[in-house]
Design a protein around this ligand. Structure first.
Ligand SMILES: [Zn+2]
Length: 358
């Protein structure tokens, strides 16, 4: 794997040459020292050194490395190593501490837990949940160059329609349509997802693996489907528990900044925020239609359908709800969400002015 991203060129780290497998990452100590003294900013040094590496891993779509893989940073200065260890440990890497500062070259060996972190992780009970509830928001986030992923707690094996194999293919297709950066399917039993110790550990591992900034999941109040309720409850607990150091999973702890909820299709209260998904509406519909065994993918509705989602009425409710949420903020289509904590508004006029395309 050759390191050739434009970002690396901009960083000026010409000595940053090759990333091999297992990844070895090096730059001259002089170059690091020069950045260190000029910028007076330790974090900048680390970002200049390591972010291009991570960016290249993202570009190459390397989702993760085995824990035994290493990256090496060469440099003279032992104090730099200490700064590096502190900053990296709290950032996206976890150092293993095997280091040597003998001679001219300081070598720092680091354990690379995961190069590819997610900005947003959506957790659903069944393979089509996240597409239906927030497929538009995921598509918008991708347009804004964020890293997004979905974790399905079950593979949906208890569904009335579709074999496990069919559902796997549909899931892959929907993931491609939304250009997801990661998709995990856990083996919790469909129809019996519960907030158990075993299930908490499974989800904590996923959160620590992807280290998302924001997690989305169902609202943790009983809706129609118990799996949705328990998914929300489980996710809420795991978002906190994943940050506890003493819960051992073999990965460093990580606590996402925030948890945002979605609710089942009924829209009977005022959401805290609505995301304008008008420009990606077709993409969302395509992603949901990818689940052909579950929904009416064409014009031919099975008569009579055994599930609501397999009926034509599903699409009417699906669109009506999106139109209703959109109308609340003056746009054509929207996705409603419910927040654990108040949102920090960065652009007041843009956030509160209503569109006219209702
Ligand atoms: Zn579901």
């Amino acid at each position: 794997m050759t390191f050739n991203s434009s970002r690396a060129k901009h960083s000026g780290l010409a000595a940053l040459r090759h990333v091999q497998h297992p990844p070895v990452f090096s730059c001259s100590s002089e170059r690091v020292r020069s950045y260190y003294s000029r910028r007076k900013c330790q974090r900048k040094v680390l970002h200049n050194v390591l972010e291009p590496f991570a960016a290249e891993c993202f570009r190459q779509e390397i989702l993760d490395f085995p824990l035994s893989d290493r990256i090496s940073v060469r440099g003279k200065n032992a104090s730099l190593r200490n700064h590096a260890e502190r900053l990296i440990a709290g950032d996206y890497l976890n150092h293993e501490g095997a280091s040597s500062d003998n001679g001219d070259v300081m070598r720092l060996r680091l354990t690379l837990w995961r190069c590819k972190m997610l900005d947003v992780l959506a957790v659903g009970a069944h393979p089509d949940d996240c597409e239906i509830m927030m497929g538009g928001t995921l598509a918008i986030l991708k347009k804004q160059s964020y890293k997004v992923g979905i974790c399905d707690l079950s593979s949906g094996e208890a569904g009335t329609y579709g074999s496990a194999n069919t559902r796997r293919q549909e899931l892959a297709q929907a993931s491609t349509i939304l250009q997801l950066d990661a998709r995990d399917t856990l083996d919790m039993p469909d129809g019996h997802i519960r907030n158990t110790e075993e299930n908490r550990m499974k989800l904590i591992r996923v959160i620590r693996k992807h280290r998302p900034t924001i997690v989305f999941s169902f609202f943790n109040a009983m809706p129609r489907h118990p799996d949705h309720y328990y998914s929300g409850l489980l996710t809420k607990e795991c978002v906190f528990l994943a940050g506890l150091e003493k819960i051992e999973t073999g990965s460093p702890p990580h606590r996402p900044s925030n948890l945002i909820h979605f609710k089942e299709l009924v829209l009977n209260d005022k959401p805290d925020v609505v995301v304008d998904i008008s420009e990606v509406w077709d993409q969302k519909v395509q992603a949901v239609r990818a689940y052909q065994s579950q929904v009416v993918a064409g014009n031919d509705a099975e008569q009579p359908p055994k599930t609501f989602i397999k009926s034509k009425a599903f699409w009417e409710v699906f669109e009506a709800r999106s139109r209703m949420a959109g109308a609340m903020i003056g746009v054509r289509y929207g996705e409603p969400f419910y927040c654990e904590a108040p949102a920090k508004i960065l652009d007041i006029p843009a956030s509160f002015s209503r569109g006219s395309n209702v």
